[in-house]
Design a protein. Sequence first.
Length: 620
Amino acid sequence: MDLLKKYKEIFLSGLLLVSALSVDHLSSLNSAHSIAIALYGISYVVIGGPIWIKAVKSIRNGVIFGEFLLMGIATVGAFFLGQYAEGVAVMLFYTIGEEVQHGAVNRARHSIKKLINEQPDIATVERNDTMQELHPSKVEQGEIIRVKPGQKVPLDGELLTGNASFNTAALTGESKPMTVKKGNPVWAGAINLDQPVRIKVTKTYKDTRLSKILDLVQEAAHRKAPTQRFMTKFARVYTPTVVWLAVGLTFIPWLFVEHYEFADWLYRALIFLVVSCPCGLVISIPLGYFGGIGAASRHGILFKGSDYLDRIRNLNALYFDKTGTMTEGSFKVRNIQSHNGLDSATLITLAASVEQHSTHPVAQAIMDYSDESRLEKAENVEEISGKGMVGSVEGKQVLVGNRELLETYGISNGYAEGDSPYTDVYIAVDGDVAGTVSIADQVKEDSRSTVQALKRAGVEELIMLSGDQQKVVDYVADELGLDRAIGELLPDEKYKEVEQALGDNKTVGFVGDGVNDAPVITLADIGFAMGGIGSDATIETADVVIQTDQPSKISTALNIANFTHRIVWENIIFAIGIKVLVLGLATLGMATMWEAIFADVGVALIAILNAVRIQQKPFD
């Protein structure tokens, strides 16, 4: 009944059309024919009235030659020529086509924006020694919320209870549960799987990762690809041109044809109008891009606009950050070497006392290895970008960082670099090198396969840029099969490397995760951010966000973009080809209004079904 109510005009008009056809063909009486004409007329008013209303509104808004006016002129002309059934049928099938198109677009938009349903609207807050249920927007940063098993986490926060498992599919596209340790972040939209948990809120409702994703999705839906923009402009010129061509097709033959029949050429012109309606192209092309963005979001990839689906296909060079992008970013201390008689425990305590003020992965590795109960208070702590940390511990100046940091402070001896593929962190106390901590990272599980897939996809150059030591960067690059690797770079030097590549007229991409990568990601033609561990600044400046932090999603994004491009151009070529064919037949008098209906509505439906393939195809 709901379906009947929703499409009552279509059902009523269709019933009246069938009745009119039955009366018209089953009886030879003049009165029966008059009844049939009346039924055709009522059917036309029921289905065509809304179209004419839209045409009038469109004209009032300054769009004179729109698709609604095309349909209106064609069908009124058909009635004028006595082709009543065909006039009603054009309006009926056009309306059916419009409903199918709107339904397909709404489903595509729904698949893109389905995260809205993942945004919880209730948070259980510990407030004033009681448990209160509030809308998440009413909860303040620093408050503690509770989440039961099966409930969604309403706000980003820090886990206060022991290890817990969460389903983060809404955020990452991965169905595999994620285990979160005490003190680690938990995201809004994740589903608590096994035990009641307490979470300290770290971000307000509008700033949660899920809210940011929704903002990105809504931005993407409004950002058009060049193909879409071209088709919009094309339709504005194309439609009035078609109307004047139809006028010419009606009257110009009078100058050249010996036995000119006005009704015959008017009929051909009406067919011309119906066939020429650009709605199939105008709808199916954005639907293809919606499908591409939706397919990407289901795989944990967020495109910030359909134009990036086109741009990613043209990548010539792709630059990667190393730590946290192609490697896990979870460093571990492998070796400690003392130079001035300090024991390893004292050396690591000095380093950790300074590094506790940093969020860098190297600092975290030193912190994990140290005994937190032995840490001393560090004063005058300063982080020097790309070099390390400086601070004062018990009155002693302590430097923890790379060779460049030592050179900055005039320390040029007392250390030596080994041949191992480890990152060497030097510790200097009061101007003398006291020891070296060797730290190793681990290459991500899918990094190697990602490089191979990108090469097969035609990306010409794959380069790693890193602030790490050259020997470490070379080791990782060789293991992955990258074309080049440049180490010991400061953030501004990374920027210059990418800027130079852009000057060579290449389409350049950059993949990173840290806040220091944000300028380079902004500079690149297409910037990728690792959204799981990436900083907010990096995610906001990126064009594509990889929610799972898996490099392999980059090749998945490229596959989705290529398939979307293929579907869009299949629709363009198919629709234009059929229309040109039927237009030619109509001009020669070899086509009827029924062929015109297929060339318009039929082509649009086929193009829509083709576009839906994007949402159904697995890309992993």
